[in-house]
Design a protein around this ligand. Structure first.
Ligand SMILES: [Zn+2]
Length: 123
């Protein structure tokens, strides 16, 4: 991959990264506001139907697992940006071959080519 192509992917990665950072911040705020409402002993928690309460904790878990998942993606994005800096971006981690640009556009932080990814998933 040449420098110009790397620059293009760097821009794409930074854009996605920015969106993820904003999204995670929003999720964290959501988690905090829910926790605070619980801590303040919101009366509605006592008057609502038990099903609603379990929905709320389901939702809290959902938000927590979303934060974890999005944070993982953020780490992947940072790692991809590092690979752009040391010019190894777009190379397969296993076979060292080029990852096709079409695949990188769909999954900009891919570290394996399709063949190696398939092999890795097979175990
Ligand atoms: Zn490969």
């Amino acid at each position: 991959m040449n420098k110009r192509e790397r620059k293009k992917f760097e821009k794409l990665l930074l854009e996605i990264r920015e969106q993820k950072v904003a999204y995670i911040a929003m999720l964290r705020e959501l988690a905090i506001s829910r926790t605070q409402r619980d801590a303040s002993g919101d009366i509605s928690a006592f008057t609502s139907h038990p099903a609603d309460i379990s929905n709320e904790s389901d939702e809290r878990e959902k938000v927590a697992s979303l934060i974890t998942r999005e944070s993982e993606i953020l780490k992947e994005l940072d790692a991809a940006l590092e690979r752009i800096n040391d010019a190894t971006y777009g190379k397969c981690d296993i076979c060292g071959g080029d990852i096709p640009p079409a695949r990188l556009r769909a999954l900009p932080f891919a570290t394996l080519c399709v063949k190696c990814q398939t092999e890795a998933e097979k175990g």
